[in-house]
Design a protein around this ligand. Structure first.
Ligand SMILES: [Fe+2]
Ligand SMILES: [Fe+2]
Length: 142
């Protein structure tokens, strides 16, 4: 999931944490975790929007529209939860929808943004180094 631009990668790491916590919530923790997801999305999307503006990102509208749709869905559930109109099944369904949505958005829209920002800042594409990369070595031949 790493895209090579630290502010976006940090936001994505936090996205995974808050959404996984929402998926595992109980009746007692659902409200706090729903609010944590909304607060996270506001910050995450604001970070990406700032980088779009700073670097004159060309595909901004399409990217922001998708953010807004996701934020609208989360805020609708939070509004219903505030009046006690949402069950645990609905909350978990929202978490699963966010889990299903995220990889496609990150792979397509956020990776394009990350590549654009790195090109603008450093003149090249990002290089991502992974610590957990396993390299298969061929069996020794005698
Ligand atoms: Fe993102
Ligand atoms: Fe995004």
């Amino acid at each position: 999931m790493l895209l090579g631009h630290a502010p976006i990668d940090d936001a994505h790491e936090e996205f995974v944490e808050v959404v996984m916590a929402l998926r595992e919530c109980t009746q007692q923790t659902a409200w706090v975790r729903l609010q944590a997801v909304e607060a996270h999305l506001l910050s995450h999307f604001a970070t990406e929007h700032e980088w779009m503006k700073k670097t004159d990102f060309p595909a901004m509208e399409c990217h922001l529209d998708e953010h807004q749709k996701v934020l609208d869905a989360v805020q609708q559930v939070n509004a219903l939860a505030a009046v006690g109109d949402v069950g645990l099944t609905d909350v978990r369904r929202l978490a699963q929808a966010l889990i299903d949505w995220f990889p496609g958005h990150a792979d397509y829209m956020d990776s394009a943004l990350s590549a654009w920002v790195n090109k603008k800042l450093h003149g090249g594409a990002p290089v991502v180094l992974r610590r957990d990369l396993r390299v298969e070595t061929p069996a020794a031949t005698l």
